[in-house]
Design a protein around this ligand. Sequence first.
Ligand code: COA
Length: 364
Amino acid sequence: MKLPKGLDGVVVDQTKISSTQNAVLTYAGYPIKELQNAPFEEVVFLLWHTRLPSADELKAFRKLLVSKMVLPDETIRLMTRIAKEPQHPMSILRTTVSLLGTTNDVERDDPPRILGKMLTAIAAIIRIRDDQPVLHANSDWGVVENFVYLFSGKRPTAERVAMFNTVMVLHADHEFNASTFTARVVASTKADYYSCLTAAVCALKGPLHGGANEKVFKMLETIRQTGQEPTVYVNDQMATGRKIMGFGHRIYKNGDPRATILREIARQIAHETDNDAYFALQEQIRDYMFEKTHLHPNVDYYTALIYHCFGLDKKTFTMMFAACRTAGWLAHITEQQAEGCLIRPSSEYVGQTNRHYRADKEEM
Ligand code: COA
């Protein structure tokens, strides 16, 4: 029996939330290309209800989500201790998500409350680590505007809100990716939302998944600091068996549709923030990687530069991914709990057989 490597191509369950069939990403049937400028709240509603909201529903949903962008005082007090620890921010987030599931009001937590708490907690981790006060959301603004304000301390311009909105929309869901599948496995045991989300954050942290965006920026910094030719860097890395972060994808072999959209945002924001040199370097690496390997950039390649241009430290990039993907995780956890059964696959045993304890002990 030849087993598919890493479940490649294996359909493990059904979903109505999103699809990558024929390498086209759709949310509840709508192509991502058509949704790229839709308000993030509308996309969250779509993922959670598999239909678009009416104008009134959208208004009420936005108000609801923003009203949930708040953390209990006790949580902020505990987070202030945890977030100051020298561990990687994704480790801090992992503990924080678990912590969010232990406060008094957790019994009342539903997807809107949990999404609001997650976004606020991620922004708070950044602020606390930067020795800045934790800020409060403004009820007159939307979710994206508030989120950027909460982590940066500055009210973003309408253009920057639109850019970050697209980033959040493009990351919001991606069918059975590693972290979502992890969340669904935990949900399949009927565990609570926070247990599922903690597990999802753990899966996202790895550099083959969400952790890649930080590594992309590290690569760009290294090349610029050492003055190395990008081609030499790529050749050296690959000669020693290392992957080039931000390239390749399990599903998209002819290019990640999200990367095409993000490339234009990266080009624009890099220009506006005097980071053209980084973008030019990305273009050089992209061209050379295609020539050498025929691999295309994935979603993490350009977000690395976009987040840098938003003033974020590279260590916080994967938390940004988590902030955007929480909407999708919550949709999948809810769907799994409502419709799925226990996920418990089988394995092919390839170890030794026919051993006998007593006989082997006597021979020792
Ligand atoms: N750099 C160099 N080579 C790469 C590569 C990369 N980024 N991605 C894939 N390859 C090569 C592999 O070494 C492998 O070569 P081989 O057949 O000679 O062994 C081949 O391409 C197939 O890759 P594989 O890792 O088996 O495909 P996959 O579907 O299991 O992996 C990823 C997909 C995303 C894990 C993989 O492309 C990767 O590790 N990319 C870098 C990390 C990254 O950017 N992750 C974010 C994903 S959104």
